[in-house]
Design a protein around this ligand. Sequence first.
Ligand code: ZN
Length: 488
Amino acid sequence: MAYQENSAMTESAGSGYLCTSLVAAAVALALALCVPLCPAQEMAQGQGPAPRLASDPHADSHIADAIRQVSAERIRQTIEKLVSFQNRSTISAQDEASIKAGTGIGAAREWIQAEFERYSKECGGCLEVKTDRFTEPPADRIPKPTEITNVYAVLRGTDAEQAKRIVLVTGHYDSRNSDTLNGTDPAPGANDDGSGTAVSLECARVLSKAVLNKIKFPATIIFLTVAGEEQGLNGSKHFALMAKQQAWKLEAVLNNDIVGGNRGPQQDASVVRVFSEGLPAAASEAEIKRIRTLGGESDSTSRELSRYIADVGRSYDAGVKPLMIFRLDRFLRGGDHYSFNQQGFAGVRFTEFREDFNHQHQTPRTENGIEYGDLLKFVDFDYVAHVARLNAATLASLASAPAPPTNAKMQAKDLENDTTLTWEPSAGAAAYEVVWRSTKAADWEYVQTVSSGTRATLKVSKDNVIFGVRAVDAAGHRSLPVVPEPER
Ligand SMILES: [Zn+2]
């Protein structure tokens, strides 16, 4: 039967695939029962092999091994150290004496840089540790010209051409208390955003160690920690602009902000929210018009990235599942991913399921029996470790994958119910996959492999579904999908 062909293809695609007979049975059943089960009957029709379910998990055992090295204990130590600097406000002290005394943002910055350098030493110098330093002029929350420093480590890709592709994880190491202009009283920032900073550092530690254990990432991974978030996203704005001006091929930004899993009774530690923009912040008027015409409101590159993370969440046992939220951010709130979105890059925000607003942006104190403050004791280190595993698996998957197909087109010059897609080859691709979903479905539903060539015709009407095309390498690593442009 048709599924057998798929099965054979899957095996030849390499050991990276984990295809269970259970999944095969589920697919066969779903296809057999397509009339009652499928949102559109025609979705399962087609020439050649029948489509598989897009929810089929697939993991690379080397990546699974690498993310197991994430340590809740290491994360606890990192956050404890960050809290020890007392106040990491962007306007807190950064003079030599304060750095020596271990207080203020300057001391935090120096420690993060030393930590990246230590990881690099442990992997034979595999990380390039850098700073992006600039002076922010006075503004609402910046009373006087202030030096802001982003600290980052680069794990350069192993393939000369693919290394130009970059995936990035970030968290902000600055903190605040009840007063944004207070740079002296305690502002522990254990969750906001000691947790996100710890995720970036732990990803750097674990993935640099993986390289030592002979994993190869053809594309480049950047582990970033920024400052200035609480004063107006200043650090991330500067960094994203630099990436844009230097024409970086930045494919994905994972921003972790408030991933401490605050230990409240209504917390759901089994999920982490992944926020993504719908209409791209950087879209021109012409692009908005095209999105409106095509019904592309839920297919920004950021949203494709969030679907990719959902796929990673099904394929790897991170300990936490991504919960896609189709919204830029929480109401009246912002974050560093937006700085990247504004420059046209795909970027999402990870945040715990339920925030406790008594435990963020608060000067530590007890009032009327309520304890306020972003304190170490409210952080669930196991939860942060789970989020770090999900991030590390996403970074490793993207950095292992071929480049997404370019110039993907959908033929729309004739009125016909079949759909023909074409695209240009991606370096490192062994095959391609066409994915599609009902226009009202949140995530990809079906996938069909294209084993040779860069063209596919499917017996599925383009008018009824949304298509994407992705590249797959010989070991089964998948690129981000691209939505084909209609061509007249
Ligand atoms: Zn924050």
